[in-house]
Design a protein around this ligand. Structure first.
Ligand code: ADP
Ligand code: MG
Length: 693
């Protein structure tokens, strides 16, 4: 049997396989395209395609697919076989360079916002050779970007790739100014920690809300939630451990560096963290990870919930997007080194981050906005909806000293003296003290903690890359034309702290006081995804995206529309699921129960015994049934009235009119659940879901 190390990446057409199977010159040319984003010679593509097909067929593949990431949040692709009939009954297996480079799926069936009128139904998928192809269930998957006939981006990957280019260009300019002439490329690196829930498949199948919406729309508070703090990093149950082992085995075969696994805070909640990779590979890997999490769960009689808030009363799930910039020769540009005060290059990159986040908080917030995440942000389990940066006291003080032009005291604060001679003195990392910040410096990278668990990480990263490009360009412009480099570097630090320092916050992000303080500082607090969507059509966003070629104004408008459409559809499906469950499961069950108690009561009474409790229960349940029925009717009216000809108004109606009724209905049903016999209750309860895994 092969060890896991031998199996690692066995399903991937990675550089090892390329080197082995491609002629030397072809490999060199492909590698140059991969590393430097150069377009590939069509002749080279034919040789690569042929080698890829041979490898895929030897490894059991019969089909290939252009794998892409439309704006549905999940991945897509149609599968074509390699088969080519010869007319005499025989076949040969074919895969041309053209088929590798370009595909033509029908674009009209994917979300495209207002763009749908401006392009033919045809869309193109274009090979992203910097993310490796792989085999899954008998198909060769080729990672691609998805564009319209006229070149407009229809996916999450195209803007990501575009943003990686622009940040590379501007970061290289800054590096040169600091005397680095050896690095030839700057690559955003990303590590996405992924939270998820596992529940028993049978329970999942028995809940319409989980099946249709991915979250429970009803469910009374269980007697035990997460109050004992006994789940986080606790012992992993055997069935879950087995699942994690199988998941790792799969992830490793796909070359995904799954590194850490543990139980999370809520019961039935877990986490997986991979080793970081370049932003586009990390994005592809995260999509694949979510798919594998679901399929391995199904094979094991479990269901994996990736929704941001599957359960009320306990924590929801997020994704931590760890982000940094690295050179092709391995220098992490956000690594402060031992003496940050002297490491001015690091401080310039750090200032670029501070300036970017303070200038475009709405855009970063936008990338964490979804109907699911609306339940989570600011709910004392995830960062508030206010974007701020945690730097730690030490780093903040260093910047402030430079900004104020005073020499830094050589405090021992910056060094963690282990007092053990065998251990080196480490720069003190005070970042771990704060887990409540949405955007925290964690030693040599930033951790964006707002992202929802089911979201693609692409948008967070194209925003980070693009806003960084803008700040780095501004700094490079200043420093390229300076007559006093050191003075202007300090001036940049000064200006950054003076104009953008307000975004730095090292305190408790979960506290009420911070909400007030943030308001005083003028930081936006965007509490829901309808308002968040507006960031796409703010003048400064449109200008930024246009300037760096990430989106045209039309593309911005279309993405805004897609977000609102998605919001409307999601809430509408949830409301309709609630109505169906109420009408066809919950009310019939409660009516039957109250009928049966009434019959029992009549029996008891006719035998001459008087029982007050039974009568009380009948009364209580009857009035709850009335209440549920009344709210259900109001909810139905609100859903019917929500749709208007105006997309924005419709979204607002769902947010302000439909959701409050959904909440009322839930409250009433949950109260009824607590006094209804478990024999009659028509679905598994929270205790069943969270503790019977
Ligand atoms: P913690 O568990 O405290 O959040 P870790 O050091 O375990 O911190 O890192 C969490 C994630 O950050 C991992 O996915 C890791 O690979 C990623 N990471 C580490 N360094 C970088 C980097 N330079 N760029 C991007 N991600 C990184
Ligand atoms: Mg983390």
């Amino acid at each position: 049997m092969k060890s896991f190390a031998q199996k690692f990446g066995c399903k991937v057409f990675d550089q090892r396989v390329m080197k082995e199977r491609l002629p030397k010159e072809t490999y060199k040319s492909l590698k140059a395209s991969m590393d430097h984003g150069r377009s590939l010679d069509p002749e080279i593509a034919s040789i690569v395609a042929s080698a890829m097909k041979d490898w895929a067929v030897e490894n059991g593949a019969t089909h290939f697919t252009h794998w892409f990431q439309p704006m549905t949040g999940i991945t897509a692709g149609k599968h074509d076989s390699f088969l080519s009939p010869q007319g005499d009954g025989s076949i040969i297996l074919e895969f041309s360079g053209k088929e590798l480079i370009k595909g033509e799926p029908d674009a009209s069936s994917f979300p495209n916002g207002g763009l749908r009128n401006t392009f033919e139904a045809r869309g193109y998928t274009i090979w992203d050779c910097s993310s490796p192809a792989f085999i899954k269930e008998g198909t060769l998957y080729i990672p691609t970007a998805f564009c319209s006939y006229t070149g407009e981006a229809l996916d999450t990957k195209t803007p990501l790739l575009r943003s990686m280019e622009v940040v590379n260009t501007q970061a290289l300019r800054v590096l040169k100014l600091f005397g680095n002439h050896t690095s030839t490329r700057v690559i955003p690196t990303v590590g996405a920690e992924q939270e998820y829930f596992l529940v028993d498949r049978k329970n999942y199948e028995d809940r319409l809300d989980l099946k249709i919406c991915g979250r429970t729309l009803f469910g009374a508070k269980p007697p035990k939630g997460q109050e004992m703090d006994d789940h986080y990093c606790g012992r992993i149950r055997l069935r879950i451990a087995d699942y994690m082992r199988q998941l790792d085995d799969q992830l490793w075969q796909y070359g995904i560096n799954s590194k850490t696994k543990h139980n999370e805070v809520a019961p039935a909640q877990h986490e997986m963290a991979p080793v970081f990779d370049s932003a586009n590979v990390a994005t592809d890997h995260n999509q694949l990870t979510m798919e594998l999490m679901r399929s391995v769960a199904k094979q094991n009689g479990l269901a994996c919930l990736l929704h941001e808030k599957p359960f009320e009363h306990i924590n929801g799930s997020g994704k931590h997007n760890n982000w940094s910039l690295s050179t092709d020769d391995g220098i992490n540009l956000l690594d402060p080194g031992k003496t940050p005060y002297e490491n001015m290059q690091f401080l310039i990159f750090l200032c670029a981050v501070i300036r970017s986040i303070d200038k475009y908080p709405e855009l970063l917030r936008l990338t964490a906005a979804s109907p699911g995440n609306d339940h989570r942000l600011g709910a004392n389990e995830a960062p508030p909806a206010i974007i701020s940066i945690f730097l730690g006291e030490h780093l903040t003080a260093t910047l402030q000293h430079i900004a104020d032009g005073v020499a830094e005291e050589k405090s021992s604060n910056g060094v963690l003296n282990t007092k053990v001679t065998i251990l080196p003195n480490l720069p003190k990392d005070d970042s771990d003290r704060n887990r409540t910040s949405p955007f925290a410096f964690t030693g040599n990278k930033f951790e964006f903690r707002m992202v929802g668990s089911s979201a693609s990480i692409a948008s967070s990263n194209w925003v980070l890359n693009t806003i960084m490009a803008e700040s780095l360009e501004t700094f490079a412009d200043i420093l390229e034309s300076t007559d006093d480099f050191d003075r202007d570097v300090r001036l940049i630090v000064h200006e950054t702290m003076y104009h953008h320092g307000k975004v730095i916050f090292n305190g408790n992000g979960y506290s009420e006081k911070w909400v007030e303080e943030a308001e005083r500082r003028g930081l936006p607090n965007i509490s829901n995804s309808v308002d968040a969507a507006k960031a796409f059509i703010m003048d400064k966003s449109i200008e930024l995206f246009q300037r760096y070629g990430i989106f045209t104004p039309k593309e911005c408008e279309s993405r805004y529309e897609i977000m609102l459409e998605n919001y409307i559809k999601t809430i509408s499906i949830e409301a309709n699921t609630m109505l169906e469950m109420t009408k066809r499961q919950i009310l019939p069950a409660a009516i039957k129960y109250v009928g049966d108690i009434s019959a029992s009561y009549n029996e008891v009474t006719s035998s001459g015994v008087e029982n007050k409790a039974m009568l009380k229960l009948v009364n209580q349940l009857s009035s709850m049934i009335d209440c549920v029925h009344d709210i259900m009717e109001i909810l139905e009216q609100e859903v019917n009235a929500a749709h208007t000809n105006d997309l924005w108004q419709t979204a607002v109606n769902y947010r302000d009119k439909v959701i409050p009724q959904m909440e009322s209905l839930r409250n009433c049903v949950d109260a009824m659940e607590t006094i209804t016999s478990s024999e009659y209750w028509p679905m598994p309860t929270y205790t069943d879901l969270l503790y019977r895994v």
